[in-house]
Write a protein that binds this ligand. Structure first.
Ligand code: NAD
Length: 336
């Protein structure tokens, strides 16, 4: 059993903790929280041991009992998943170094934190036995999920993508309400360069727009393949990848609202959509492919964290078998 700890129990952290608890080759030793808020209470209710990562006195009079400090947790685990806010993860690195354990960070941290940015489809093997890795952001994960299979099967000359990003997460009230579509001031946006941390050499340009929605991101992706393809071939390729869910206008799925309705109906985790939803109504003209995809920003990186844990701890040397295990345990591929 791989002993896993979780530091930063927010949008991503609570989902990764839940996903770890669903694996039969991993044990969630505990989660670290700064404050005894409702998330800490729910974590305890789920049976997770809670450790304090801030002032231990904060938990003194609360209903949530702690099992010790973050340092104590670090002393009990093989690997820590850091899902603290952007920039905090980098500050925590020295703690993990001192404890002599492996660590995974999230996409808010820079590539240089580990010099290994991870996506299970694209570079599982390079993480085998690694001490440190970073699971790339939700948008980058979404792009890699659908681009890597294309690269492998057909080759890619270039990619151009427009990312319509959610303005805030559903529980993130401090950012809302907003009533605008906002152009990302970085043109091109950083997402293309982030894809290159996993797929170096891929010619990709991205631009981003922030929209007043909390549900999902929506990408419009245009790909010049290295050879001609047919629509049937692309659909067959994506159909073979469980982490891609094919949805259709014909079935009444015309927006991110219906995609998330499907996710809730499937009843997994927090009503999550681990898969990237690709609309079947994609167009192929010779070697030019155009498609829409929806990305559930709160959960698409969760299975990637699980595979990164397995690869780094050397528990599974085969990407295919780790991915299959994760998919089975999280019911990924339930909507095809
Ligand atoms: P969040 O704010 O929802 O959760 C972070 C948690 O860490 C909170 O519970 C907070 O209380 C806790 N925390 C704050 N400071 C801490 C500290 N010093 N030590 C320990 N815990 C601390 O953040 P999030 O959205 O889950 O993002 C976490 C990481 O995941 C970031 O790198 C982010 O860029 C990345 N990410 C976020 C999303 C998303 O859409 N939310 C998607 C993919 C990746």
């Amino acid at each position: 059993m791989i002993k896993v700890g979780l530091n930063g129990y927010g949008v991503i952290g609570k989902r990764v903790a839940y996903a770890v608890s669903r694996q039969d080759d991993m044990q969630l030793v505990g989660i670290a929280k700064q404050t005894p808020d409702y998330k800490a209470k729910l974590a305890a209710k789920r049976g997770f041991d809670v450790y304090s990562s801030g002032d231990p006195d904060a938990f003194k009079d609360g209903e949530v009992k702690t099992s010790g400090t973050l340092e104590a947790l670090l002393g009990k685990v093989d690997i820590i998943v850091d899902a603290t806010p952007e920039g905090i993860g980098a500050q925590n690195k020295q703690l993990y170094e001192k404890a002599g354990i492996k660590a995974i960070w999230q996409g808010g941290e820079k590539h240089s934190i580990s010099d290994l940015s991870f996506n299970a489809y694209a570079n599982y093997d390079s993480a085998i036995g690694a001490r440190y890795a970073r699971v790339v952001s939700c948008n980058t994960t979404g792009l890699l999920r659908t681009l890597y299979p294309l690269q492998k099967e057909f080759g890619i000359n270039s990619v151009s993508a427009v990312l319509v990003r959610r303005g805030a997460d559903p529980s993130e009230t401090k950012k809302g309400p907003i009533d605008a579509l906002e152009v990302d001031k970085h043109i091109p946006s950083h997402h293309g360069a982030d894809v290159n941390t996993v797929m170096p050499g891929l010619k990709i340009d991205t631009v981003a727009i922030k929209a007043s929605t909390t549900l999902m991101h929506l990408h419009s992706v245009s790909v010049e393949l290295a050879k001609n393809a047919s629509k049937e071939e692309i659909l067959e390729l994506y159909g073979r990848h469980k982490r891609i869910a094919l949805v259709s206008l014909k079935d009444g799925v015309s927006s991110t609202a219906q995609v998330m309705d499907i996710a809730r109906e499937l009843g997994r985790g927090d009503g999550d959509m681990y898969e990237i939803a690709v609309w079947k109504e994609l167009t192929v003209n010779g070697n030019r492919l155009q498609y829409f995809q929806a990305v559930h920003q709160e959960s698409d990186v969760v299975p990637e964290n699980i595979d990164a844990i397995r690869a780094m701890c050397g528990a599974d040397k085969s990407s295919q078998s780790s991915i299959e295990k994760t998919d089975k345990n999280l019911d990924i591929g339930a909507y095809k």
